[in-house]
Structure formats: structure tokens, C-alpha cells
Ligand binder design. Structure first.
Ligand SMILES: Nc1ncnc2c1ncn2[C@@H]1O[C@H](COP(=O)(O)OP(=O)(O)O)[C@@H](O)[C@H]1O
Ligand SMILES: [Mg+2]
Length: 392
């Protein structure tokens, strides 16, 4: 880790701002209510945003859109010592399909008191529904009885890895993983990576899905195609079927989540905010709790999360673990106004804004992180007319 500074604050000011521990959160955590199946709406914009035909890897499985691509256990070898990622409810390993094809396999863990099966089903249904979408990791299928979900291995480095391991030199890591020209300047890499990530999120929208968990850890650097694609569709909302479209089952990471999804509720005593729910592990006494606002999800959630991701990548002092969580709390303490936060909270001359300013990404960050979703730019609009995102 070679970030020199970790988002320093104006001395004295940070006392007035709560910096609780940062954890993934879902609040509250009811058993997911399944909306009745609605007839499929036409996929508006799909042709424009997803111009590629389905890749050959999928064609084999695509005879019936409604079928889960099923992989027999005999075809899959899982390398449990090759850990790709771990979360609260799942772990991902490297593996091989049909003796030759490298894959990423995900297994859901049994967690007492949690309906992990519904997470598995959500992940599977979203992977199935978006498997012709080129903005997500290519899905290979399900294996075993609610056991493995399998994706083609297109690269092991996430944007999170690049930020944490690369620190000040994160763009170099991104450049190398995407196989871009050695010696390319950081601004060009930054622009290309984010235009690609924004296109990927927009292509999810073109399938009438809302990702709801756009963040660096879910952005995979696709090494073969030099693109940034999304993984972890477990929190996806599906506008075609109504799955996860109820606003009171909000799933979000509070560091990247749009403000309209939740409100902070003070529990007795005040003090540190605490993130209850699915990943947060309940409410802490004397703290703050995040509560779902009840707003049904819209594609503007992903626009906000992409804006927050862009901010973290653009400013080296926000790349270290924990720095963005603190910054987000300060941004929220400024009423969500990132311009005010930059002006009043960030120490002048300490944070390095050169990448963000030089590329005009600051304007993009401001547009995508507007508190009011009616003022916020959608990814589709930004890809068309925002200088930073449309220029790459
Ligand atoms: N298809 C994939 N390709 C590459 N890496 C992946 C893939 N799926 C998951 N990962 C890695 O595993 C981590 C955890 O998987 P994820 O699906 O995000 O589960 P969780 O719900 O625990 O966040 C990711 O952050 C990423 O590093
Ligand atoms: Mg994830």
C-alpha cells in the first residue's frame, strides 16, 4: 500500500463527524418478498447499448431463455486452495470446466439465521437474466444442487484490488490488467476504464436490471477484452419480473449507495453510525442505524454508485481501505453536496485532485452524485454528453 495520505481532514472538524466502522449493509433484512411475475417488457435500448451479439460461450446454453444452464458435477473441477474472493455469505474459487476452460466458481455458505438460499437464487436468476449482456462477467451456469455458480474466468483483478494494491500507482495496475499500452498516461487509462465501466452498467440497465451494488470490488478488469465488467449480481433488481423491486428490501453498501435508498435513524444515545441488516449484523446500542427509505430502486442508484466509485479512483488519498467510508460520511454530513465537501472539508493542497481535474471527471462526479435523483445524470445521458465519459 503506497498511498501517502489517507483522506486527511481539517483538524478539529472530524470530531464533529461520526466515523463508525464501515461494513457492508443491507437494511432491513426481511425475507425477500417475491413480487408476482409480470409480463416481460420489451428491452428498450438494448440494441443501442448492447450492440454485440451473444458470445459463442453462451450460445451453447441459450436454446431456452428460461432454462438455467446446468453443469454436471463431473464437468467441473474446483480448486478450493485458489481463493478469488470471500464475502459474508459466499466464497469464490478458481476452477476448470470441461478440463480446459478456466472458470470462477462461487459457493454460498450456510449462515445460521440467514436465508442464504434466497441469496443464491437471486444471484442465479440475475446471472441467467443477464447472460447475454456484455456488461457482466460471462455466466457459465449452475452446478450441483444449489451449490456452485460458475462464470468464465476473464480476469481476477477487480478495481478494488487495483486501488488497494496500487495506491498512488493504481492506474498502472489497471493499465497492466487491461493490457493497455505501457507508458500510456494515467488520464487516458482512467477515462477508458470508467467509460467502459459506465457502458457495462448501462448495458445492465438495457436488460431492465438495476445492479444496486456498483463499487470497485464488483468491477472486474476483463483482461481478454480490455474492458471493465460487473460481477456480483446478487443484489440486482429485475424490473421485468419485479424481483427485488420493492423499496423496503433495500440492498446497498452505504459507502457507494445512493442517498434516496436509506435514512440514518438515531438509536438511543447517539454515537457511531451502525449498519444493521443482512451484512451488518444488527444494530449496535447507542449508535445510528440505517433504515431503508422504501423508495423503489431505479437506475439512478447505479449512477450514484458509479459517481462514488469514480471519486475514489480519481483521488489517491481515497484509495486506501476505509478512506472512502470516512469520506462518504463527511459528504453526507455536508448534505450530500460533494462540492461543499471538497471546498470545506478536504484540506487544501493535501489531496491530489490533478487526475480528476485534468480529465474533467470532477464535473461527472458532481452530476452523478446529486442527492436528488431528479437532478442526477443517468449513466445513459452521461455516456452521451458528459465530456469525461463520452470522450474515451
Ligand atoms: N466472475 C468473477 N470474475 C472474477 N472475480 C470474481 C467473479 N465473481 C466474484 N469475483 C471475486 O470474488 C469477490 C466476491 O464475489 P461477489 O460475487 O462479489 O460476492 P459477495 O456477494 O460476497 O460480494 C469479488 O469481489 C471478486 O473479487
Ligand atoms: Mg461483491
Amino acid at each position: 500500500m503506497n498511498c501517502k495520505s489517507r483522506y486527511p481532514l481539517v483538524p478539529g472538524r472530524n470530531q464533529s463527524i461520526n466515523h463508525g466502522d464501515a461494513s457492508m449493509s443491507v437494511a432491513p433484512a426481511p425475507a425477500p418478498a417475491r413480487a408476482p411475475l409480470a409480463p416481460r417488457a420489451p428491452l428498450h435500448g438494448r440494441a443501442r447499448l448492447c450492440p454485440r451479439p451473444p458470445r459463442s460461450f453462451h450460445e451453447h446454453y441459450d436454446e431456452h431463455d428460461a432454462l438455467v444452464p446446468e453443469i454436471s458435477l463431473a464437468r467441473l473441477t474446483v480448486h478450493e486452495d485458489d481463493v478469488v474472493g470471500r464475502g459474508a455469505f459466499s466464497e469464490c474459487f478458481g476452477g476448470v470446466l470441461d478440463g480446459a476452460r478456466p472458470v470462477i466458481v462461487k459457493r454460498y455458505l450456510d449462515v445460521r439465521g440467514r436465508d442464504v438460499r434466497s441469496f443464491y437464487v437471486d444471484d442465479l436468476e440475475s446471472a441467467r437474466g443477464t447472460r447475454n449482456c456484455d456488461g457482466v462477467c460471462p455466466f457459465a451456469g449452475a452446478c450441483g444442487v444449489e451449490r456452485w455458480l460458475v462464470w468464465e474466468d476473464v480476469g481476477r483483478t477487480t478495481l478494488e484490488d487495483a486501488l488497494v494494491e496500487g495506491g498512488d500507482r493504481a492506474m498502472e495496475t489497471v493499465r497492466a490488467a487491461l493490457g493497455r499500452r505501457v507508458g500510456e498516461d494515467d488520464a487516458t487509462t482512467f477515462r477508458a476504464a470508467f467509460a467502459s465501466l459506465a457502458r457495462s452498467a448501462a448495458s445492465v440497465h438495457a436488460f431492465d436490471f438495476i445492479h444496486r451494488d456498483v463499487k470497485p470490488a464488483n468491477a472486474v478488469l476483463h483482461e481478454k477484452e480490455s474492458r471493465v465488467v460487473l460481477c456480483d449480481l446478487g443484489a440486482c433488481a429485475d424490473a421485468r419480473t419485479g424481483r427485488n423491486m420493492s423499496g423496503d428490501e433495500a440492498i446497498f453498501d452505504p459507502t457507494y449507495g445512493a442517498p434516496e435508498q436509506f435514512r440514518r435513524v438515531e438509536t438511543r444515545g447517539g454515537g457511531f453510525p451502525n449498519l444493521g441488516g443482512l451484512f451488518g449484523g444488527g444494530t449496535r446500542d447507542g449508535g445510528m442505524r440505517l433504515e431503508a427509505s422504501g423508495e423503489p430502486p431505479t437506475t439512478m442508484l447505479d449512477a450514484y454508485s458509479l459517481g462514488a466509485t469514480l471519486l475514489r479512483c480519481g483521488v489517491p488519498s481515497l484509495r486506501a481501505p476505509g478512506a472512502m467510508e470516512r469520506a462518504r460520511r463527511d459528504i453526507d454530513a455536508c448534505g450530500g453536496d460533494v462540492e461543499r465537501w471538497r471546498r470545506e472539508v478536504c484540506v487544501p493542497g493535501v489531496n491530489d485532485w490533478s487526475l480528476v481535474d485534468e480529465t474533467e471527471a470532477w464535473t461527472t462526479i458532481v452530476r452523478l452524485t446529486k442527492v436528488d435523483p431528479r437532478e442526477r445524470w443517468s449513466l445513459e445521458r452521461a455516456l452521451e454528453s458528459d465530456a469525461f465519459l463520452s470522450g474515451a
